[in-house]
Design a protein around this ligand. Structure first.
Ligand SMILES: C[S@@+](CC[C@H](N)C(=O)[O-])C[C@H]1O[C@@H](n2cnc3c(N)ncnc32)[C@H](O)[C@@H]1O
Length: 339
């Protein structure tokens, strides 16, 4: 492209570049070019260059390569400045990217999708996440960019999980929690993973091979089928019995665990009391619930009293798993039964 350029000898090149930059005279976005023993430095159009710095002339210079984007919003620069509602965060599940677009965002969703697909390495498909619905907690998704199905393989702490967002619930935001709970399992324990979805807790625990047996239960047969595929791909693992069953039916049975996971955040409380009756002395429950900020400490104590379990159970910790709304978080409560 044709530009105004300052001609300086190469040996003065760096000093001249700095002086131009300091005074705001160096034109950005254009490459400096060597010409024999001289350099041609692009200068801002229409301003005086101090006499004595060298001749200013018209030159053919190349545009500088664009700096790599640090944020996907950099790819929407023309729009992002006026758009405070542009979503700042997104989730990556295998080769799928999910983003929640606020109702008042005026940028065309397809453009956000294309920007995310260009920004996230390996992204195949980008969807707008409109939240989970129904008993299976399946996501409502709008396709924004890319192609193919909503099925993918997601890697979490080196574990490969088969996921199909159209058929079963999965959230990558619990990755640390899946791993943390698995790391607490002791040798020989029997573990229940209730409302297991595609079974990330169960699969992590199975891979670690300390549990003697894991029973994973979900009412959605598609979730159980995906868990079975993930387990089949594990080279060596503790035995997992994956069951399509309602948790209330399962809890009416005779089996007893040393550790149980119950992750059904809006309704799990219905099953907490019956579950406490199915956990052995000295056992542990990892229970998940959406809790308003500021209520977490009290809620831990309430869980035990609401479940009607009496003084044999106590809440030993309550940890934030992730933010849920501006006023509430998903909290992981650890409940222990005395010996
Ligand atoms: C929030 S998801 C939990 C997913 C999983 N624990 C995880 O960490 O990814 C809740 C799951 O509970 C299952 N579910 C809902 N009601 C149920 C019930 N009454 N009995 C068994 N499963 C149920 C849904 O199918 C869904 O997979």
């Amino acid at each position: 492209m044709n530009c105004r350029a300052l001609r300086v000898p190469r040996r003065r090149g760096e000093a001249a570049r700095r002086e131009l930059l300091d005074r705001g005279l160096l034109r950005s976005g254009i490459r400096i070019r060597a010409d024999g023993e001289d350099l041609l430095l692009p200068v801002v159009e229409g301003v005086e260059i101090p006499t004595g710095w060298g001749p200013v002339e018209a030159a053919e210079l190349d545009p500088a390569p664009a700096a790599p984007a640090r944020d996907y919003a950099d790819l929407l620069k023309d729009l992002a400045a006026e758009e405070p509602a542009l979503p700042r965060s997104f989730d990556v599940i295998g080769d799928i990217v999910l983003v929640r677009i606020p109702d008042h965002c005026t940028i065309e969703p397809g453009r956000i999708g294309e920007a995310l697909r260009a920004f996230v390495p390996g992204a195949r498909l980008v969807g707008a996440d409109r939240g989970v619905h129904g008993p299976g907690r399946i996501r409502l998704l709008d396709r924004l960019a890319g192609s193919g199905s909503w099925a993918t393989v997601h890697s979490e702490h080196g574990l490969r999980l088969y996921v199909d967002l159209e058929r079963a619930y999965f959230s990558p935001r619990l990755a640390h929690e899946h791993h943390r709970v698995a790391s607490e399992v002791r040798t020989g324990e029997v573990v229940f993973d209730l409302c297991c979805g595609v079974g990330p807790f169960a699969a992590h625990i199975a891979r670690d091979r300390r549990a003697s047996r894991i029973v994973a239960v979900d009412s959605n047969p598609d979730a159980i089928e995906l868990l079975e595929r993930s387990l089949a791909a594990l080279p060596a693992a503790a035995p997992v019995e994956a069951r399509t069953q309602r948790v209330e039916e399962f809890l009416a049975g005779p089996e007893v665990a040393d550790r149980a996971i119950l992750n059904l955040p809006h309704e799990g409380i219905k099953y907490l009391g019956p579950l406490m009756g199915r956990v052995a002395r000295g056992g542990t429950i990892h229970y998940y619930e959406i809790t308003p900020r500021g209520r977490v400490a009290d809620r831990g104590t309430e869980l035990v009293s609401e479940s009607g379990a009496g003084s044999v159970w106590r809440c030993v910790s309550a940890r934030k798993v992730h933010a849920y709304s501006p006023q509430s978080d998903l909290i992981g409560y650890t409940l222990e039964r005395g010996t």
